[in-house]
Design a protein around this ligand. Structure first.
Ligand SMILES: NC(=O)C1=CN([C@@H]2O[C@H](COP(=O)(O)OP(=O)(O)OC[C@H]3O[C@@H](n4cnc5c(N)ncnc54)[C@H](O)[C@@H]3O)[C@@H](O)[C@H]2O)C=CC1
Ligand SMILES: CC(=O)C(=O)O
Ligand SMILES: [Mg+2]
Length: 578
């Protein structure tokens, strides 16, 4: 963040007027208030800008046209990403308008897959810091480091990462701050949160990435990742400090490592309004796509066999969501577990197995099948034995879904459901065009990164960015005390209900990204209404968990209209001098 404005200076929609005490260079350097060539003549005069700008006064639309042309002077995705970053730190309204107007072209630039390359190159391409840096060597300085971002109601949403499991490219040390910035900016772009009220936070706890440690330009701590008690105590101090300073903020965990993501979530999910995007966000999107695909194939959720390849944060998060969903649709938890099979680096997770990447995987160990004489490390043999309805990849192993694997799926399913979810694009378990060709164009495919349509079939981007903005927005607007499993399940049902596949199976399993604000608003509404049922919304005085008054309409359509009205839009406000 390059400048900070107080909550009372902002308005939810980003329109109407804003009181401003800055002028001259200070105003031009405030990314939240700067309008560049769109400052009106009377504003230029009132804020001492006349000599700092060329005479033309542009509309936002004209500025977007110019910026879009400038963007195309750059030929590589990474240089386009640099351009977008610099626009974000200069003029937030223009940045969000530009990306919104070209969302399908620019999301892959400002988010995965290009963002992964930008994170790898963080220290070498660094220009201007964004976000807050919390250092494990300075646990007593946490609050001082947070203080430039304000207090109390100044922050609505915090994206936090310790950078150990960034996007599929592993440990990225301090450069992981960029995933917090990127996910935070999606909260504005897709979830309508005011850009001044979203705080990206990176925990620099060291890195085990030798390339970074050996890089003379690397800007983070050059020691091995701190683990165990010191790490836990630091995270505890961070969480209590964040909550104390910003008691109304929802906390979004992103890209923690496989051994910390789940324990950290479990430790805090009942204490604060928080969720883990890789576990719960990914689970929501995958479950919604699966639901839509099952409807197309006229199969029941309660009969589906699901094979998850790569049982880390995302894989197990999807497994949890499928179980929750089956349970909420009348299947017992034990039966639901028997429908899920997980493969990790040591093969299929079997009962009594010693080699596992994390203890959490044992929850999904296979008890139901006799594996005698079968190679439980061979994916073709596993598919032959289990005959899965759905195959999901979260393994970071490119090409793992070979022709033999896909063809084996096709033997047992007229319309095999195949979700290669690993990011970035190069790590995808199977390319959609291959999966489609090997199944006579009958597979129902959704991917983690964006892909072009195949033979008229839309390949939905099964990325958590379709879900977390709505979940986050709902939790923020509801001032929720915490985020329950039922609130997450409500998000699944709402998202699945928006699938265009029930009308046309070629149209994709998820709604089009062009409608992302509406998708987020609907998910947020479902989350709030479920939270109301559970009594965790900060409403109506005395009983309000957070003591904040929020008046939420109980009817879906009225609540949706209220949610929409609260969403920030990239439009310039009129500045009023104070
Ligand atoms: N589409 C989406 O919305 C999301 C996609 N992802 C992607 O999913 C992938 C995994 O992410 P996380 O779960 O956060 O990482 P993670 O590190 O928690 O999990 C990866 C898992 O894959 C396993 N694995 C590694 N080699 C394997 C092999 N040869 N065979 C089977 N399993 C193997 C690892 O042991 C680990 O358990 C990444 O590429 C990430 O970008 C993650 C979150 C959301
Ligand atoms: C999309 C996402 O959260 C990931 O790849 O980690
Ligand atoms: Mg992630």
């Amino acid at each position: 963040m390059t400048s900070h404005i107080k909550s009372e200076d902002t308005c939810p929609s980003g329109s109407t007027s804003v009181e401003c005490s800055l002028s001259g260079f200070e105003l031009l350097n405030s990314s939240l208030l700067n309008k560049g060539s769109a400052f009106l003549l009377e504003e230029r005069s009132a804020f001492n800008l006349t000599g700092l700008l060329p005479p033309a006064v542009n509309s936002l639309h004209e500025q977007v046209d110019r910026a879009y042309k400038q963007l195309h002077f750059f030929k590589t995705p990474l240089s386009k990403s640099d351009f977008c970053t610099s626009m974000r730190v200069q003029n937030k309204v223009l940045y969000y308008r530009l990306v919104r107007d070209h969302i399908k072209e620019l999301l892959p630039i400002v988010y995965t897959p290009t963002e992964g390359d930008a994170i790898i190159a963080y220290s070498s391409r660094f220009r201007k810091p964004e976000g807050c840096f919390l250092d494990i060597n300075d646990p007593d300085g946490i609050d001082d480091r947070l203080s430039p971002f304000g207090d109390s109601r100044d922050i609505d949403y915090i994206v936090i990462s310790d950078s150990e499991g960034i996007l599929g490219i592993g440990d990225q040390g301090v450069g992981g701050v960029r995933i917090c910035v990127a996910k935070g900016s999606l909260m504005t772009l897709c979830g309508g949160l005011h850009p001044g009220k979203v705080l990206p936070v990176v925990l620099d706890v060291g890195t085990n990435n030798k390339k970074l440690i050996d890089d003379e330009l690397y800007m983070g701590n050059r020691f091995a990742r701190v683990r165990g008690k010191r790490y836990d105590e630091f995270v505890e101090k961070v969480m209590t400090s964040l909550h104390k300073r910003f008691p109304y903020a929802v906390i979004h965990f992103e890209d923690f490592g496989v051994s910390t993501a789940r324990p950290v979530l479990e430790r805090y999910r009942r204490r604060y309004a928080c969720f883990n995007d890789d576990i719960q966000g990914t689970g929501v999107v995958a479950m919604a796509s699966m639901s839509a695909a099952l409807e197309v194939t006229e199969r029941k959720l309660s009969e589906a066999q699901v094979l998850i390849f790569g049982a880390g944060s995302a894989g197990l998060g999807i497994a949890d969501q499928i179980v929750n969903h089956m349970v909420s649709h009348g299947v017992s938890r034990e039966q639901a577990h028997a429908h899920i099979h997980c493969v990790d680096r040591f093969g299929l997770i079997l009962d009594g197995m010693q080699d596992v990447s994390s203890p959490a995987q044992m929850v999904y160990c296979d008890r139901s099948v006799d594996w005698e004489g079968i190679d439980s490390k061979n994916l073709v043999e596993i598919v032959r034995k289990i005959r899965p309805t759905v195959l999901i990849g979260c393994s970071t192993q490119p090409g793992a879904f070979t022709k033999a694997v896909v063809k084996e799926m096709y033997k047992y399913n007229k319309r095999p459901i195949i979700f290669p979810l690993s990011n970035p694009t190069r790590l995808c378990e199977v390319r959609p065009e291959d999966a489609m060709e090997w199944t006579g164009y009958n597979a129902l495919v959704a991917t983690g990164s964006p892909f072009a349509p195949v033979n008229g079939h839309t390949i939905s981007e099964n990325n958590n960015c379709v879900a977390f903005p709505g979940i986050g927005l709902g939790a923020v607007l509801g001032r929720c005390e915490f985020i329950s499993d039922k609130m997450i399940s409500a998000a699944v049902d709402e998202l699945a209900g928006m699938s265009p596949a029930k009308f046309d199976s070629k149209a994709g399993l998820l709604p089009d990204l062009e409608a992302i604000e509406e998708i987020s608003a609907r998910i947020a509404t479902a989350v709030i209404l479920e939270a109301l049922k559970e009594g965790v919304v900060g409403v109506e005085g005395e009983n309000s968990p957070l003591g904040v008054q929020v008046k939420v309409p109980r009817d879906f359509d009225a609540c949706l209209a209220w949610v929409r009205s609260q969403m920030w839009k990239p439009e310039y406000s009129t500045l009023v001098r104070v």
